[in-house]
Ligand binder design. Structure first.
Ligand code: ARG
Length: 485
């Protein structure tokens, strides 16, 4: 739907002489310079806001009728006209004109063209300044809802995968060196938690997005007895904004969204990086079906993880867009300035980036398969149960610092002789500490190691299953899974 707008041709201003009269041309004595016209126009990108612009105009027209500015017939004509424009836009038949600068003036001019006099009354008591702020908030609210739904879809995928692999053992890393064994389910639930906070941030941001600037007019409000509470309610906003100067000029809500998006993309880039590593031959932990990969034009054997790589790279866009928005607002005096027109492209790009990356990940998750043997073998390397041996000694009454020393020697011995810790003989181990007994071998196994970390938030399969169940209940309490249980 969204992308439809890009398919309809932008009409050259010069070929549309009947539609080039600018609504604000009254006080001007010469036409706009052709380059300036193109330079200042935003219709090439802001026509994406057409659905919201029409929505806002419908609410505004209803309000004008309520307060007696429009009569019944005029309201009817405006509503029918706007409905028709909606159809034209959806079918790519709308005659967009650069000469008409932006989405707002294009729609208004086209309305007048279609319905005549009544159309000229629509702009009573409003300005493009409150109009664009309203459109942007309507747009962002809708996009936040779509992004949140996609986060949830990805989270449901992670829950499935975590459940399937709750017992699967993999190496846990610090410094990308094997540290301690963990369960794959636990690792997936780490991603689940990060996404949960991302979701929360967006829901919180939505509360501040969902405020209606309409009626602030150019900057000071209007002389008509408008009913701002009515318009706000019509558009599903929580309330009208409280200060007209603030409402037409600030874009902090968009910056907040861009910040939440940048964080989300940071998370996805970490996730992506792990997938890239795990899919490489030296790791070989996971596989992705061919449909998510591409080949090399020169090396026939290659199967590249392009999707995660691209997601990793696209984080840069989200960061850049955040900085662009922050910078365009910086030092702006009140109230509206044309600088604000520059808010749209970064915002749209962030929305597209986010939705694309989330969609790719959500689609990919159910298709991920893991190589349990490879992960197990990798976890068995790097003396990953060394901490367990130290904890064992502490349980036998040795102070932790002394235990640490003993285990350090055991690791050195194993390393020097090319063995794992559980391959050291009982005599050898007892030679390092007389507290070590036959039962030490249980603690040195990977299964024993993960099962022993059996408390809230830890990696034991039992705990992971409990977290998965709790997460399912949490998600179900507020939303139903997409076609899920
Ligand atoms: N295209 C403009 C924007 O996106 C709409 C508001 C224009 N207002 C004005 N006073 N020129 O910001």
């Amino acid at each position: 739907m969204l992308f439809l707008f890009f398919d309809s041709p932008i009409h050259s201003p010069r070929s549309m002489t009947d539609r080039t009269d600018k609504p604000w041309a009254g006080r001007f004595s010469e036409p706009t310079d052709a380059f300036v016209e193109a330079f200042t126009a935003s219709v090439n990108f802001d026509r994406r806001l057409a659905p919201e612009d029409i929505e806002g105009s419908i609410a505004h027209a209803r309000m004008l009728h309520r307060i007696g500015v429009l009569n019944e017939a005029e309201l009817g004509a405006i509503l029918d006209g706007l409905q028709a424009l909606r159809g034209e836009i959806e079918h790519g038949a709308f005659p967009w004109s650069v000469a008409l600068e932006d989405v707002h003036m294009n729609i208004e001019a086209r309305l007048v063209e279609r319905i005549g006099e009544a159309g000229k009354k629509l702009h009573t008591g409003r300005s493009r300044n409150d109009q664009v702020a309203t459109d942007l908030r309507l747009y962002l609210r809708r996009q936040i809802d779509a992004v949140c739904a996609e986060i949830r879809r990805l989270q449901w995928g992670l829950l499935e995968l975590a459940e399937r692999e709750a017992d699967t053992i993999m190496p846990g890393f610090t410094h990308l060196q094997v540290a301690q064994p963990v369960t794959f389910g636990h690792h997936m639930m780490a991603w689940f938690e990060m996404l949960d906070r991302d979701h929360e941030r967006l829901v919180d941001c939505r509360r501040r997005v969902n405020v209606c600037p309409l009626g602030s007019a150019a900057l000071a409000g209007t002389t008509y007895p408008i009913d701002r509470h009515y318009t706000a309610a019509e558009l599903g906003f929580d309330r009208p904004s409280r200060n007209s100067l603030d409402a037409v000029s600030d874009r902090d809500f968009a910056i907040e969204f861009a910040a939440a998006a940048a964080l989300l993309m940071m998370h996805l880039s970490r996730f992506a990086e792990e997938l890239v590593l795990w899919m490489s031959a030296p790791f070989g932990f996971v596989r992705l079906p061919d449909r998510f990969c591409t080949g090399s034009s020169i090396m026939p054997q290659k199967k590249n993880p392009d999707v995660p790589e691209l997601v990793r790279g696209k984080a840069g866009r989200a960061y850049g867009n955040l900085i662009a928005l922050l910078t365009l607002m910086k030092s702006q005096p009140l109230a509206y300035n044309k600088d604000n027109q520059e808010d749209k492209e970064p915002l749209f790009d962030t929305v597209d980036t986010l939705r694309g990356c989330l969609r790719a990940f959500a689609d990919m998750m159910p298709a991920v398969t893991v190589d349990r043997e490879r992960m197990y073998a990798a976890a068995a390397q790097g003396f990953s149960t060394a901490t367990d041996l130290a904890d064992y000694l502490v349980r036998k009454g040795v102070a932790f610092r002394d235990a640490h020393e003993v285990v350090g020697k055991a690791v050195a011995l194993a390393e020097a002789t090319g063995r794992r810790l559980d391959e050291l003989g009982l005599d050898e181990l007892r030679g390092l500490s007389r507290h070590i007994g036959e039962d030490v071998y249980e603690t040195l196994t990977l299964e024993g190691s993960v099962a022993a970390r059996n408390h809230w938030g830890a990696t034991a399969p039992e705990q992971v299953r409990a977290q998965i169940a709790a997460a399912r209940r949490r998600l179900q309490r507020v939303e139903r899974p997409p076609g899920g249980p």
